[in-house]
Design a protein around this ligand. Structure first.
Ligand code: C2E
Ligand code: MG
Ligand code: MG
Ligand code: MG
Length: 290
């Protein structure tokens, strides 16, 4: 990994630091240039409403095509980007790409919103509202087609400021959802104050529904969301059993490998077309997943 540094340095390097740290340093260094070098790309994952048997929008997920290391996962590079502040220009780029892609889908007759993940760092300089207005305008996209995903842990920063910013963004018509709900430090006490439209149940829940206790918790979350007029979306839906449990508990919007893996904008069009022909998501999903 430390090629080009000479044999001696390579040894010093590995003795003092773990392989992980070296990789992190390397990624940190390379991330600086990744945007200029066009190394990022976005994949999209469909959300599916099993009640209406219809699409429920797409989530934009960032990928980094590293020249030597291959595709790096966002769980690895997002924390680095947050530390270095690069998350700010990266998110701007992601918003632009996602809005543009949504417009392309629109032109192809796909009338679905796209969601973009937001790191808490984006709220620190008060830039988001203006960005979003600009990005939507540049893309010629109606605000109702954009959704932002924020995480629970956000509410530990300047809650009032975040609420204020989100309220203004929502006034434009942009939707907001709380991502990975139930895994972070619980923000249930703030839920009624958060200007959000939906809760996304973390995939840890979906994958752990086999005890009555776990099911009781999810059921309660779903009922609470209903009372708060929030949509509920389950993450990490991988099989029929998950769907059965979730629908029994009153959750009807699913996102996960069972319906579709994250794919690029063009692949999504093929996926949807396959779906329209067969009239069943399952046939379409299988044809892509193999
Ligand atoms: P997330 O927002 O909770 O996104 C869902 C993650 O679950 C994605 O991982 C997706 O590929 C994965 N996933 C979807 N369906 C399944 C399934 O059925 N089974 C399993 N095991 N996994 C599934 P991914 O793409 O690796 O992203 C990881 C996290 O990185 C995201 O979690 C999100 O928090 C963050 N992220 C991704 N793109 C961005 C971005 O543009 N900005 C920011 N700030 N964060 C991002
Ligand atoms: Mg998300
Ligand atoms: Mg999530
Ligand atoms: Mg999650």
């Amino acid at each position: 990994k430390a090629k080009g540094l000479g044999k001696n340095q390579y040894c010093v390097y590995t003795d003092e630091m773990g392989v992980q740290e070296i990789r992190k340093m390397e990624l940190e260094k390379d991330l600086q240039r990744a945007l200029e070098h066009n190394e990022f790309f976005i994949v999209y994952q469909p959300k599916w409403n099993v009640k209406t048997n219809q699409l429920f929008g797409f989530e934009a997920l960032l990928r980094w095509q590293h020249p030597r290391l291959g595709v790096v996962s966002p769980s690895e590079f997002i924390p680095i980007a947050e530390e270095t502040g690069l998350i700010i220009p990266m998110t701007r780029w992601t918003l632009e790409q996602a809005c543009h892609q949504c417009r392309v889908w629109n032109a192809r007759g796909i009338d679905q919103p796209v969601s973009v993940n937001l790191s808490v760092r984006l709220f620190q300089p008060d830039i988001l509202l203006e960005w979003i207005q600009n990005v939507l305008e540049e893309a010629g996209l109606d605000p109702h087609y954009l959704e932002l995903e924020i995480t629970e842990s956000m509410v530990f920063y300047d809650v009032n400021d975040i609420i204020h910013q989100l309220e203004n963004i929502r006034k434009l018509g942009v939707r907001v959802s709380m991502d990975d709900f139930g895994t972070g430090y619980s923000s249930i006490g703030l839920l009624d104050r958060m200007p959000i439209d939906a809760l996304k149940l973390d995939r840890l829940f979906t994958n752990d529904l086999d005890t009555p206790g776990k099911r009781a918790i999810i059921h309660a979350i779903i009922l609470m969301a209903e009372r708060l007029h929030l949509d509920v979306i389950a993450e990490g839906v991988e099989n029929e059993e998950h769907i059965e449990f979730l629908t029994q508990l009153g959750c009807y919007v699913m996102q996960g490998y069972f319906y579709g893996k994250p794919m690029n904008g063009e692949e999504m069009i093929t996926w949807i077309e396959g779906h329209n022909e067969t009239g069943s998501h399952q046939a379409a999903a299988t044809s892509i997943d193999e």
